[in-house]
Write a protein that binds this ligand. Structure first.
Ligand code: UT7
Length: 329
C-alpha cells in the first residue's frame, strides 16, 4: 500500500470587521504611518470588538465555512488541534469550546501553544494522526485574539498585532500529495525576550500584576528580530535542502507574517522570487497563529494540485519550524 500523507483538503479563514489603521494608532500612541510601514510593512490590522467575544468566536465562523466548502458535517470531525496563544480561558481548552460552538460532537481536541510557530507545530502533529491511519478528518486551527493581550499604550507592540483565524482540514492522501516533511525546533532560553509575565502558575493574577501591566505581551523587539531573521530563513532552507528542492521547485513560500523585513530575509535565503511568496501583512499585521492559514485561504484560488509549498515560522519560546507540503487539490 502506498504511504499515507496528511493532505490539506480544505482551507478557510475569518477576520473581524473592525480595521485598526496606522492613522488611528497615531492617535493612540506616539507613532506614525511612515515608521510602522518602513519598519514592519503593516498598514492595518483587524480587531475583534464586542463584549463576550473570544478567540473561539474567530474560529467558529472559519470552521463553519470550511465544513460548508468541503461539504461535510461537523459530526465527521474527529480531532481538533487548536493552535493559539490567547485561549478563551486557561482551561478548558479552546478546542473543546470550539467543538461545542460548531457542533463537532464526535471530536476530541486540545490547545497547542507554540506562539507564532503554533500553526507549524499543529500541522506537524495533526499530520501524524492522519499518517498513523487512525484518523481521517483532523482540523488544525490557527487563531488569536491578540488584542486581548496587547497594551495599546506600548507603541513597540501595539502596532504589530492583529486578530484573525485560519483553519485547514487534514485528510489521508495516497497520491503522494500532502505534508511531506516538517522540522520543528524550540529553545526555551529565549522565553525572556517574548512572553506574558503574569496569569500563569509562575505569577498568578493579582492587583499588583494588573497594575504593573503584566498581562500584556512583552517583547524585546530587537533581540527577537535578530533570532527570527536567521532562524526562520535557515529552517526554510533546511527543509528545502533535505528534500533536494531548489527555489525553482517551489511554487509558493508561505512565511509567518511578523515583519516584512523578516519575510524578505527568508525570501533572500531561499531564493524563491517575491511573486511566489504569500504576503498579506500589510492588511492583517501579525495574527500570531493565524498568519499562515490566512495566507493559504487568501491564495487558495491560485494553488494547483501538486504545487510545492514551503511554510516557515518563528515565534516566542523561542520556537521555529518549517513544513514542506504538496498541495492536494
Ligand atoms: O511573531 C513573533 C516574533 N516577533 C517578531 O518577529 C518581531 C520582531 N521584532 C520586530 O519586528 C522589530 O524589532 C519591531 C518592529 C518590534 C521594532 O523595530 P526595530 O527596528 O527593532 O525598532 P527598535 O525597537 O530598535 O526601536 C528603534 C526606535 C527606538 O527609538 P530610539 O531608542 O532609537 O530613539 C524606539 O523607541 O524606534 C522607536 N520606536 C518607535 N517609533 C515610532 C519603537 N516603536 C515605535 C513606533 N513608532 N511604533
Amino acid at each position: 500500500m502506498s504511504k499515507i500523507h496528511a493532505a490539506i483538503t480544505a482551507v478557510n479563514g475569518y477576520v473581524p470587521d473592525y480595521v485598526l489603521t496606522n492613522k488611528e494608532l497615531e492617535t493612540m500612541v506616539d507613532t506614525n504611518d511612515e515608521w510602522i510601514t518602513t519598519r514592519t510593512g503593516i498598514k492595518e490590522r483587524r480587531i475583534l470588538k464586542g463584549e463576550g467575544l473570544a478567540t473561539s468566536d474567530l474560529a467558529a465562523p472559519a470552521v463553519k465555512g470550511l465544513l460548508k466548502k468541503r461539504g461535510i458535517s461537523a459530526e465527521e470531525i474527529e480531532v481538533i488541534v487548536f493552535c493559539t496563544s490567547t485561549p478563551d480561558m486557561p482551561f478548558p481548552a479552546t478546542a473543546n469550546i470550539l467543538a461545542d460552538k460548531v457542533g463537532a460532537i464526535n471530536a476530541w481536541g486540545y490547545d497547542l501553544n507554540a506562539a507564532c510557530s503554533g500553526f507549524i507545530f499543529g500541522l506537524a502533529t495533526g499530520a501524524s494522526f492522519i499518517e498513523s491511519g487512525r484518523y481521517k478528518k483532523v482540523l488544525v486551527v490557527g487563531a488569536d485574539k491578540m488584542s486581548s493581550i496587547v497594551n495599546y499604550e506600548d507603541r513597540a507592540t501595539c502596532i504589530i498585532f492583529g486578530d484573525g483565524c485560519g483553519v485547514v482540514l487534514l485528510e489521508p492522501d495516497t497520491e503522494g500529495n500532502g505534508i511531506i516533511d516538517s522540522i520543528c525546533k524550540s529553545d526555551g532560553s529565549g522565553r525572556e525576550f517574548l512572553h506574558q509575565k503574569a496569569g500563569g502558575s509562575l505569577k498568578p493574577a493579582s492587583h499588583e500584576t494588573v497594575d504593573n501591566k503584566e498581562h500584556f505581551a512583552y517583547q524585546e523587539g530587537k533581540t527577537v528580530f535578530k533570532f527570527a531573521v536567521t532562524n526562520m530563513a535557515d529552517v526554510a532552507a533546511e527543509v528545502m535542502e533535505r528534500n533536494n528542492l531548489t527555489a525553482d521547485d517551489i511554487q509558493w513560500l508561505v512565511p509567518h507574517q511578523a515583519n516584512k523585513r523578516i519575510i524578505d530575509a527568508t525570501i533572500a535565503r531561499t531564493g524563491v522570487p517575491p511573486e511566489r511568496v504569500m504576503v498579506n501583512i500589510e492588511r492583517y499585521g501579525n495574527t500570531t497563529n493565524g498568519t499562515i492559514p490566512l495566507c493559504l485561504w487568501e491564495w487558495e484560488s491560485k494553488l494547483k494540485k501538486g504545487d510545492n509549498l514551503i511554510l516557515a515560522a518563528f515565534g516566542g519560546g523561542f520556537t521555529w519550524g518549517s513544513i514542506y507540503l504538496k498541495w492536494a487539490y
